[in-house]
Design a protein around this ligand. Sequence first.
Ligand code: DGY
Length: 416
Amino acid sequence: MNPDLDERARAILVANDRGGYTIPTAGLYPYQWNWDSALAAWGFSSFDIDRAWTELETLLDGQWDSGMVPHILFRAHDPSYFPGPDVWSSGTTPSSSGITQPPVAASMARLVWEADIDQGRARVAKLFPKLQTWHRWFMQHRVREGAVAVTHPWESGRDNCPDWDIGMAAIDGSGVGPYERRDTGHVDPSMRPTREQYDRFLTILYWGRNVAWDAERIMADGPFLMADPGTHFILMRANEDLAWMARQLGEDDKEIMDWQSILKGGCDFIWNEALGAYDARDMRSGAFAGVLGSGAMLAYYADAARPALDAHLMRSWDAVRYGLPSSDPEAAHFDPRRYWRGPAWPFLNALIARGLAMSGKQQLAERLRRETAEAIEQGGFSEYFDPIDGTPCGGPDFTWTAAIWLTWAGLGPTPS
Ligand code: DGY
C-alpha cells in the first residue's frame, strides 16, 4: 500500500472519466477504447462500484446489431486523434471503429461482481446477454480451425508487435494516399509504430470500410488474417468467466462450454512445435510467425500453458529487469521502447500474473507484481515501460495502469 500513489491512481481514473466512460489518456487516446474501458471498470470497482458498472454498461451500449463490440466508441469528436469517426464511417450510433478488440470485458465484469456480490446481480444480469452475444459473434466471425483470428493488427490490441510482421509484409501500403498522424504529436515517435506500419494499418482499414465492415467478406477475402494467441487466450478466459456468471445467474452454460471445447482444440493450431511456444499464424498461408510474444504468455491466464512455455517465460523474463517484455529480448526485432516490440505493459502483467498464481506459480506472480509496482513507483502511471531500465514510455496518466495499481500492483501478493 502506498497512500500517495493510491490517491494519484484514483485521481487519474476520475480525470479520465468523460461522463460514464473513461478515455485511456488525454490527447493520444481521447475516446472510449474497448479493453481499456473494461480495465477501467476493474479499477473503479476499488473505490466507486456504481461507476464501475456504468463503465461496462456504456461499453456494451456501443454493441453493433451483429453482436460485435467495437474497439473504439467515438462519443464526442476530438481532432487530437487520427483515424477518427469520419475515417471509419461505421454508420452506427454512437459512431465507432469497424473492428473489435480482445474481449476482456466478461472477465472484468466477473471481478466487478465479486467486489459487489450482493448488490451487483441486477446489473450483471443485464450485461450478461450482451457479453454472451459478443462472444457468440467472436465464435462465428473470428474463429477458424478452432483458433481466434484478427483481421487488423489493431484488433489484437498489440498493434505493431513482431507477431504481425509476416502478415503486414503481404500488404501493399503504397496507395494509401495522404494522411496526417496525430499520435506522433503526443508521444516520442520512436516509441510508436513506424510510418510504413501506419500505411498498412490504413490500407487494411480502407479495405474493411469499402465492404461496409461485412464480417464475412473480411474473413473470406480481407488483406490481413492472422491467428492471435493473445486474443485466443483472452477469449478462453472470458468464456470461463462468462460461464461462471451464467451459473451464478441460473442460466444454462452449455453453449459457452461448447465454445470452450472448440477453443481448447484450437490451441494445437497455434502451437509452434519448432519454437516450443504458442505463435501467431497467417490464416491464409498457414505460416507461423516464428515469434515469441506476450500473447503466448497469456496461455497461463487461460490455463492453457504447456511445459515448454515455462522455459521461454523464464529466459525472456530473466533478460530484463521490469517484466514481462512484449517481445523476445533475445530476438533481432526487440526494441525496448517501441510500443509492442519490447516494452513491458503493466495491465498485461496483471492478467498474466493472475494466470501464474492460478497455475500454482505464486512466487512468479509475486515477482511480476513487485517488478510492475517498482516501475510505477519510479516512473508513474505510464502506458508502458522499457523493461530493461524502467523508463516510462507512451502516454502519461494512463487509465489501465492506474486501474491495475489499485486492484493488483499496489496490493500484496496476487490471490490464486
Ligand atoms: C492507436 O491508435 O494507436 C490504437 O492503438 C489503435 O487502436
